[in-house]
Design a protein around this ligand. Structure first.
Ligand code: BG6
Length: 504
């Protein structure tokens, strides 16, 4: 049961009938309710163009929860209690009446609960609706109460640096900074939050967390899934915009950031944006040497033939969009000078897993005979974000026996073996934080712009110069050969954890 008490809250979910609400938001709210994190007085108002009654909407949510909740099918009694707080409002984002109606509903709750509730407007809609919805919320004076009203938006935060600046300008003109919550769901993942705990709550790491001891860092987020039914969105986006601009660069910031002075949201976000500012900008020559793109061809996945990217629904048959990207970054500051950060992500790859590998420098002098050290490996710290949730330190140790043979062994902290309770989903953490008014795990406008600024030279080069060899990797492989070459040139190989069943 919870220890933190959240205030009475009204959630208004734009895109109430959409996929994000079905798969993530509704199950997350329901699980927060089950675990006692929701306040006694709460209300969830789904809204969208579809004509639905409260009853029909509740029935849909019930099915979504049965299908997607980490806690399995909804319990009858609990659901009955929960659904009393769920409503639906048919809306037209362009129509002022829609917003008046929200206002009336919020006031009705305030009167009934005899308190000024928090109100969270969640924009689970296509970014084309951001300007109209946010402007209308402000116009209807629904967001004037800076202390109680928050607006949550989902990525993509712009399509490039210019459009991100425009969006930031729009939001800054309408709301106070502390009302704006840009969601990057990676930051809500339990294992991702643990990077900061692990780095800053253990004194043994800081002395070695730098260029003197660390040889290189790898951040690898690979997916077996293809673009599924999101071809129209993805074809205008690609791996750089969809994953690297946000999730992967945020992971990199957590690994590379300086120690914050306190656990204060802005202090932490300042330290993260420092990393983005310190990252080396790409010249056209750097793009050629340090950035690799790929697109999947058809292939076989576990006995089933899967289509290539250009054959997917709603994708241009001549598409130049990358479904894979691997980049070598540098962070130009004292701590990281000369340490490469290799980042890769892609769809339709061999394994679904997100792993950060920190490889330490080799011992300065080897005292063991060659026969003893045949399987010698440099020390590695492996932070596995998903599906395995673990932190491993790979070290050399003597294999038991009469002879001196060294083996690489893992010292492991595994969530499964250590904790019995199920980890919350990222969206549970992030929704709770919006209720509590804690922005630590949310992207700030300047971080978003700094990340765009960094990747723009790569994007422009790739847009201006179409790839001549797309598709260049087959489904279920580890991506294009050029990605192997990128890291092999420096004498390294991509690391992956052997996983038994990684299918998502
Ligand atoms: C989303 C991307 O932000 O993250 C998707 O738009 C991607 O393309 C997803 O599949 C990956 O998230 P997760 O939590 O499944 O690793």
């Amino acid at each position: 049961m919870s220890t933190i008490k959240s205030e009475p809250t009204v959630f208004v979910i734009f895109g109430g009938t959409g996929d994000l609400n079905a798969r993530k938001l509704a199950p997350a709210l329901y699980n927060l309710f089950l675990d006692g994190w929701l306040p006694k007085q709460f209300s969830i108002i789904g809204t969208g163009r579809t004509q639905l009654t409260d009853e029909q909407f509740r029935k849909n949510l019930n099915e979504d929860i049965n299908n997607f909740s980490r806690s399995g099918k909804a319990d009858k009694e609990k659901w009955a209690e929960f659904q009393k707080n769920v409503y639906y409002q048919v809306s037209d984002a362009k129509d002022a009446e829609t917003y008046k109606e929200f206002g009336k509903r919020v006031e009705a709750h305030a009167a009934e609960w005899k308190v000024r509730p928090n109100v969270i407007y969640y924009l689970a809609v296509s970014p084309t609706f951001f300007p109209i919805i946010t402007s209308n919320l402000a116009k209807a004076k629904l967001t004037d109460d800076v202390e109680h009203v928050r607006v949550v938006i989902e990525k993509p935060f712009g399509h490039d640096l210019e459009s991100a600046k425009e969006l930031n300008k729009l939001l800054a003109g309408l709301f106070d900074d502390k009302q704006i919550y840009h969601i990057d769901h990676y930051l809500g993942k339990e294992t991702v939050q643990n990077i900061m705990a692990f780095r800053f709550a253990n004194s043994i790491l800081e002395p070695i967390w730098n260029r003197n001891y660390i040889e290189h860092v790898q951040i690898s987020v690979t997916e077996q899934l293809g673009v599924e039914d999101r071809g129209d969105y993805y074809d205008g986006s690609g791996a750089m915009r969809d994953m690297i601009q946000n999730h992967l660069l945020q992971l990199l910031c957590l690994v590379a950031m300086e120690t914050p002075v306190s656990f204060n949201a802005d202090e932490i976000r300042n330290r993260k944006v420092d990393v983005l500012h310190a990252m080396r900008r790409f010249s056209p020559e750097d793009v050629r040497m340090s950035a690799v793109r790929g697109q999947y061809a058809k292939g076989w996945m576990e006995g089933k033939e899967v289509p290539g990217y250009r054959e997917e629904a709603k994708v241009d048959p001549n598409s130049n969009t990358e479904t894979f990207a691997a980049i070598k970054f540098f962070v130009d500051n004292w701590r990281w000078q000369g340490v490469p950060f290799y980042v890769r992500t892609g769809k339709r790859l061999h394994q679904s897993s997100s792993v950060i590998t920190i490889q330490f420098k080799d011992v300065p002098h080897k005292i063991f005979p060659t026969e003893a050290a045949e399987s010698w490996q440099q020390n590695r710290l492996i932070i596995s974000i998903q599906p395995e949730m673990s932190i491993r330190l790979q070290v050399q140790a003597k294999r038991p026996g009469l002879d001196m043979i060294l083996n690489t062994v893992d010292m492991v902290f595994d969530y499964k073996g250590t904790y019995t309770n199920q980890a919350p989903e990222a969206y549970e953490t992030l929704l709770l934080d919006t209720m509590l008014g804690d922005q630590t795990l949310f992207m700030r406008g300047d971080q978003i712009e700094a990340a765009w600024d960094l990747i723009m030279p790569i994007l422009s080069t790739w847009t201006n110069k179409k790839s001549l060899n797309f598709p260049n990797y087959s489904a279920y492989s580890w991506g294009p050969e050029s990605a192997e070459a990128l890291i092999a040139r420096d004498g390294f190989t991509w690391f992956s954890l052997p996983l038994k069943n990684t299918k998502k």
